[in-house]
Design a protein around this ligand. Sequence first.
Ligand code: HEM
Length: 388
Amino acid sequence: MTLDGAPQPAGGPAPQAVTQPVAAPLTAAAIFLVVTVRPGQDSAAAVRGLCGDLGGLLRAVGFRDLNAALTCVMGFGSQLWDQLAGPERPAGLHPFREIRAGERHAVATQADLLFHIRANRMDLCFELATHISARLGEATGTVDEVHGFRYFDDRDLIGFVDGTENPTGQDAVESTVIGAEDPAYAGGSYVIVQKYLHDMATWNALPTEEQENIIGRTKLDDIELDDAVKPSFAHNALTTIVDDNGEEIDIVRDNMPFGNTAKGEYGTYFIGYARSPQTIELMLTNMFIGRPPGNYDRLLDVSRAVTGSLFFVPSVPLLESLADDPADGGPDPASPDPASPGQPSPDQGAPAGDCSDTGGDPPAGPPAPSDSAGSLGIGSLRGVTQHG
Ligand code: HEM
């Protein structure tokens, strides 16, 4: 079986570096677990154990309702990565960089681990989060746990549809999956998360037309404002990034509303996946400082970032290799064995343009044992990509 559950042609080539399901479709529910890990060898051992067991946990929980499309992405902060797999590290991995500009502040609250758990049923998300937390046990320091829900037709609590301009299919793969630019980490990705709280009273007091100028789209029917009328400070103007050839550089977002009416908390959990964190960092600079400086995102007059973390998302084989502690004589995850199945090696890395979506033919590569492709299990079957 291939990772998307479709039969694989007999004797056909196997995927080399299976990406975690970063570009999975939007779901009805999500849990964002952002965890700091206590120092010490016992903690490191608990994290390594989970790296090896996550696939099995996903299979166990996800099998209870395959239609619910349970997935989990596990990301690593730079400090923990250095501890588990250093001294080599992915080119773009560093702690989240705070930004201060006037009243606006993109705070840095860098953590060690991110678990982005998605499904169409919150109970499955919760069940998996429970198992993950139990596995980490005493290794867990502080935890920020946010339960996100779908709000009507994929709207934020500020009432606008969120996610419309996300790339899909191969475009999503090319936007999120590391390729030949960092071959030892090909098949991986980067993710930035920020928890925003909205001042709903101030937002709701704004006329709809003003809200639409702030977002850059109409509110009811979600149509992009014409360039002739869209302000240069519109959210979707400032977050549009182009390369030297004028081509847009996309990211994949899976923002979720969350809230607590008793505490008066109404928020958007921002999560963005990218092939390079620089893309999201540039968007943040444009939003907080402005493009040009001072022409900032008015959404920030009513939305306050209260967390900010950056994580590297290793490919599935690299994640699983972290289970082996090099100190015990196991394989060194920073120098994956080029001969091992599913492992990218410096000369095997391919540009993301060579990635095939789950629907495409897998790229040519050395054969792998029949069970290697399914190692992250049922839960990861949606939206996975294969990288050749
Ligand atoms: C308060 C938090 C945020 C809210 C409520 C929010 C909401 C929205 C909405 C409603 C849209 C228009 C629909 C769509 O295309 O998805 C949008 C677009 C977008 N947002 Fe955000 N967003 C937030 C934070 C961010 C952050 C922090 C970034 C990146 C650093 C970001 C990047 C983008 C991008 C790239 C687009 C698509 C632009 C385009 O190509 O049209 N957003 N956002």
